[in-house]
Design a protein around this ligand. Structure first.
Ligand SMILES: C[S@@+](CC[C@H](N)C(=O)[O-])C[C@H]1O[C@@H](n2cnc3c(N)ncnc32)[C@H](O)[C@@H]1O
Ligand code: SF4
Length: 453
């Protein structure tokens, strides 16, 4: 494994979209974007994503798009603009489209006051038709969660929660500037369950400074006591060229590739021993959870929020930096707070980048999603007309043959299966089908993405 890591642990995308965000280019016109919204089929349910880019404290490992503020006023003002953006989109759609999922991501959505989130949900309820079994998911920071807020958010309809836990060790928490005692996380889980939330996810990270296999094992033992329905186990993405505050973590020992591998494997084994089913490359779910069921039924998907059982083809995203997904394009909003506010206040969509999808992109996206979700893909089964399969296979073959020689994949006629040895390199294996990667100079080591393991 040491040799394989030396050879293959290089920067590679996470494939939460294909093409990946660095390849979004075109500046979409207002008419183009309005056209995408108008073209959503009438009988199709959609998902909504709302990005809330504010946090109370800065975690030194953080790679998210967020800003630290110490009071509510900017959050309230921002949510007012998001309401206007929602109204603009609904007007362009021209009817009350049905909504099945709403996801609040961040930043820290529970930093917003419950009454402000309530107003936002009210606007969504006026402009869209809410499904009877609507899922409202929210990413929450346990440090600022209390019993009262939990009850208020559940009253608004929040029924799925992801808690940022990351690590339970006091010294690691100190090093990353995120103090969050186990007992408090335990209380948060208790409040959520008491209020009726029966889908709780924990975000955990390996590869943080001062972590060791023994501490990771202890993290998993503590997690086991609280039994979240799902676990997302992320490798720490150290991208200081992009997030300068991460440089501070270099003052400590940052686990190297082999140590990261050992910790990831240990956490995986511990989670599986505790009854969790591995889902994709970095998620785990109890067998009764929707994610584990979607995996079993081959209805698993990967989108900007990671793995999901949500199968809607359209995700309309609101807020700065957020990315919408339509059948034929991705479109991204500006990441600049001022520009976001000004454009929306002028009745304009704050879109700055788009990526219209060619039929080949859509084919390759399905292939890459299959590798990321199931660790296998049969190119022929994905393309009845075999229009793209031959070309994609031929282009991928040199890389795949190298992976096969090292035992990372098994190759069939026109199918690939990731072996247990290759599992940690799944993103790299998926990248064999990425037609954009060589052009972006990734081979030359442009450090745009985090490492593979
Ligand atoms: C928006 S935050 C979750 C909600 C809330 N802000 C919190 O931290 O509790 C999204 C998740 O991304 C993960 N994350 C952030 N920065 C990361 C990095 N550099 N590498 C790996 N995972 C990271 C963390 O696990 C975090 O919980
Ligand atoms: S990890 Fe979460 S709470 Fe910490 S800075 Fe990032 S978004 Fe904010």
């Amino acid at each position: 494994m040491r040799e394989l890591l030396a050879k293959y642990d290089r920067p590679v995308p996470r494939y939460t979209s294909y093409p990946t965000a660095p390849h979004f280019k075109e500046n979409p016109g207002q008419g183009y974007y309005r056209g995408l919204l108008k073209a959503i089929p009438e009988n199709q349910s959609v998902s909504l994503y709302i990005h809330i880019p504010f946090c109370r404290h800065l975690c030194l490992y953080c790679g998210c798009n967020t800003k630290v503020v110490d009071h509510q006023a900017p959050v309230r003002e921002y949510l007012g603009v998001v309401q206007q953006e929602i109204a603009l989109a609904a007007a362009a759609i021209g009817r009350r489209q049905k909504v099945s999922h709403i996801h609040f991501g961040g930043g820290t959505p529970n930093f917003a006051a419950a009454e402000d989130l309530g107003r936002l949900l009210e606007v969504i309820g006026q402009k869209f038709t809410l499904a009877a079994d609507l899922v409202i998911a929210m990413e929450m920071d346990p440090r600022i969660l209390n019993r009262e807020q939990t009850q208020a958010l559940v009253k608004l309809g929040v029924n799925r929660v992801s808690l940022g836990v990351q690590d339970f060790q006091p010294d690691v928490q100190q090093a990353v500037n995120r103090i969050q005692p186990y007992e408090h996380v335990r209380d948060c889980v208790g409040w959520l369950r008491e209020a009726g939330v029966n889908s709780i996810n924990f975000d955990m990270i390996y590869g943080l400074p001062l972590q060791t296999p023994a501490k990771i094992h202890d993290n998993m033992e503590k997690l086991k006591q609280l039994k979240p329905d799902r676990v997302a186990l992320f490798g720490y993405a150290h991208v200081p060229w992009f997030k300068e505050h991460q440089k501070k973590l270099e003052a400590h020992h940052l686990p190297d590739a082999f140590e990261r591998f050992e910790m990831a494997e240990l956490a995986r084994r511990d989670l599986m021993t505790s009854g969790y089913v591995p889902v994709g490359i970095d998620h785990f779910a109890l067998p009764g959870d929707a994610l584990a069921r979607a995996l079993k039924a081959k209805r698993l998907h990967r989108n900007f929020q990671g793995y999901t059982a949500d199968h809607e083809q359209t995700l309309i995203a609101f807020g700065q930096t957020s990315i919408s997904q339509y059948g034929s394009a991705y479109v991204q909003n500006t990441d600049r707070n001022r520009e976001y506010k000004d454009r929306v206040s002028n009745g304009e969509f704050p879109v700055v980048k788009s990526c219209p999808l060619s039929p080949e992109d859509i084919y390759r996206r399905t292939v890459i999603e299959s590798v990321m979700c199931y660790g296998e893909v049969d190119l022929l089964a994905m393309d009845d007309a075999q229009q793209w399969a031959d070309m994609a296979w031929e282009a991928a073959l040199p890389a795949l043959a190298g992976f096969a020689a090292d035992g990372l994949v098994k190759l069939g006629d026109m199918d690939v299966t990731v072996t247990p040895l290759g599992r940690v390199f799944t993103r790299l294996i998926a990248s064999a089908f990425d037609a954009y990667l060589p052009q972006a100079g990734q081979g030359a080591g442009v450090p745009r993405h985090a490492r593979a393991v």
